[in-house]
Design a protein around this ligand. Structure first.
Ligand SMILES: Cc1cc2nc3c(=O)[nH]c(=O)nc-3n(C[C@H](O)[C@H](O)[C@H](O)COP(=O)(O)OP(=O)(O)OC[C@H]3O[C@@H](n4cnc5c(N)ncnc54)[C@H](O)[C@@H]3O)c2cc1C
Ligand SMILES: NC(=O)c1ccc[n+]([C@@H]2O[C@H](COP(=O)([O-])OP(=O)(O)OC[C@H]3O[C@@H](n4cnc5c(N)ncnc54)[C@H](O)[C@@H]3O)[C@@H](O)[C@H]2O)c1
Length: 457
């Protein structure tokens, strides 16, 4: 097969959230940009991640609200159907076609090269395209954004079964009768609750002693209670010894119990797409967990990296944030600050939502911070009581500087309630100043005032 040679200014290798942003902005700025993509342009978030999962979560939440009507305001006959949500997922993903993403790149002047790409030395990317090899030489450099794949644990028998990952479950149009979820991280808990609300019998099999292990223990513990109250079978500290499939159903050996389910979803984290992208040709380790980047997203000679592969927070907003920094560096724009991860926020879209920003208490202690903690119960505050809500606010402050370094807001719309505390961590607003604010009565965010007082600062 023939080799095509092309010289451009920048190659973006992998077009996930950050890569798409970089390619579009650099193309619009007049640079010659080639974007290399082996799958769907736009990556995981729009097609098999954030957007489709939140469409299902939103629909499930309306079912839960409707079911509360009997207690609060009359009678509603709820007959759950995943159909409308699945239809919205198909609309938002254009039936898993990426034309809208690809067209918008091409409108910005970006040349899209489809195929698996690999670095072949500094500033060089070779792509296996259907028509042969395309060799791209980038005079300014290469931006890596190759993202992740679902990681599948080495459980005996699992590989031989037709298990689902996030990519399968977000393409379904009917809720399964029963589902076991291996992994109680964000994917596991969001989909466990949502599908339970559509009538699925759900079992979570989590190896760690609590759900959402990366967040504050109080949040994971309360979430387990909430899910159990909704009828989810939550198994913590569980040992999944073996999985088989009998042609119809999965049989899981969990701590010696047999769990039999129609479907099995593996949501046990991600593995970075780094092993087959030619990192060794630019002096980097293809076996590493992530690509080390500096504050400008530089990873080596004429090389930048953005997104989940940098290990600085596996969220879309981090990928976009890093993408913007890489754009600035490529364009030589030296104004303004470079990367700052003190106030990275994240939200798990369960009901109640678990919003979090900055450091957990444990992380703050590990960093040697003299920690002051304040915790308050959402349910016993006026809005929480009115709403019959469960949740908590936890604030982690640095006693010496008097500023908040981390916070958790577990509440209805907890991700929105978090905004105030994200600002506080980002702008280093002293607790003493926050405590003089007006907190509207009777909002959920008013509970922040109670937690701040509890810090004693
Ligand atoms: C179910 C689920 C729900 C999520 N929900 C949220 C949420 O609510 N909020 C949030 O902030 N985050 C969420 N995330 C995480 C979010 O999807 C990722 O952080 C986000 O997609 C950023 O990824 P990225 O930019 O690193 O690249 P990715 O989206 O992983 O894209 C990488 C791209 O590179 C391509 N590629 C890889 N290797 C090559 C190669 N060699 N050659 C060519 N192309 C290549 C891939 O095909 C892919 O298109 C969720 C994830 C999942 C799985
Ligand atoms: N709302 C959001 O922002 C959101 C939603 C979904 C996913 N995501 C992102 O997507 C990525 C993947 O999510 P995830 O939930 O798969 O990953 P995760 O790594 O956060 O959680 C995986 C869980 O699986 C457990 N686990 C691992 N091996 C196991 C085994 N053999 N048996 C039982 N349990 C096991 C781990 O202890 C962990 O709790 C994460 O980076 C996450 O941040 C974000």
């Amino acid at each position: 097969m023939s080799t095509t040679h092309r010289v451009v200014d920048v190659v973006v290798l992998g077009v996930g959230s950050g890569g798409e942003h970089v390619a579009r902005k650099l193309g619009a700025a007049g640079l010659r940009v080639a974007a290399v993509e082996s799958g769907l342009v736009g990556g995981e978030c729009p097609f098999h991640g954030c957007t489709p999962s939140k469409l299902i979560v939103r629909a499930a939440d309306t079912l839960a609200e409707a079911r509360r009507a009997g207690e609060l305001g009359g009678t509603v006959d709820v007959r759950a159907s995943l159909g409308p949500a699945a239809q919205r997922v198909r609309e938002s993903t254009h039936d898993w076609h990426d034309d809208a993403h690809a067209d918008s790149l091409e409108e910005a002047g970006v040349r899209l090269v489809r195929g698996h790409g690999r670095l072949a030395g500094p500033g060089v990317v070779e792509v296996d395209t259907p028509g042969g090899l395309t060799r791209l030489v980038a005079t300014r450099g290469v931006v890596l954004n190759t993202g992740t794949e679902p990681a599948v644990p080495p459980v005996d028998g699992l590989a031989a079964t037709p298990y689902w990952t996030n990519r399968d479950v977000l393409e379904i149009s009917e809720a399964p009768r029963s589902l076991a979820l291996v992994g109680g991280g964000p994917i596991g808990v969001e989909l466990a609750q949502a599908l339970r609300r559509f009538g699925t019998q759900v079992t979570i099999v989590e190896a760690a002693p609590r759900l959402l292990g990366a967040e504050e223990p109080e949040a994971g513990e309360l979430l387990a209670e909430v899910l159990r109250d909704e009828g989810v079978d939550v198994r913590l500290g569980a040992d999944l010894a073996r999985v088989t499939h009998d042609g119809e159903r999965f049989h899981l050996d969990v701590d010696g119990d047999e769990v039999v389910v129609e479907r099995l979803l593996v949501a046990t984290g991600r593995s970075e797409n780094l092993h087959d992208i030619g990192l060794e040709t630019v002096g980097l380790d293809p076996g590493a967990d992530h690509v080390e980047v500096d504050e400008r997203m530089r990873a080596g000679e004429r090389l930048w990296a953005v997104g989940d592969i940098t290990g600085r927070g596996p969220w879309t907003h981090v990928s976009l944030y890093q993408g913007e920094l890489a754009v600035r560096d490529v364009l030589g724009d030296t104004d303004g600050p470079w990367a700052d991860y003190r106030a990275v926020s994240r939200v798990t879209f369960t009901d109640p939502e678990v919003g979090a920003v900055g450091l957990t208490e444990a992380q703050a202690r590990e960093q040697g911070i003299d920690v002051a903690v304040g915790t308050a119960d959402i349910g016993s505050a006026p809005r929480g009581w009115i709403h019959q809500a469960r949740g908590l606010v936890k604030v982690v402050a640095d006693r010496r500087s008097g500023v908040v370094v981390g916070a958790t807001t577990m509440a209805p719309y907890g991700g929105e309630v978090l905004g105030l505390l994200s600002t506080a961590v980002h702008a280093q607003v002293p607790v003493s100043v926050l405590r003089t604010m007006h907190f509207a009565y009777p909002t959920f965010h008013r509970t922040i005032e109670v937690a701040l007082k509890e810090t004693g600062l």
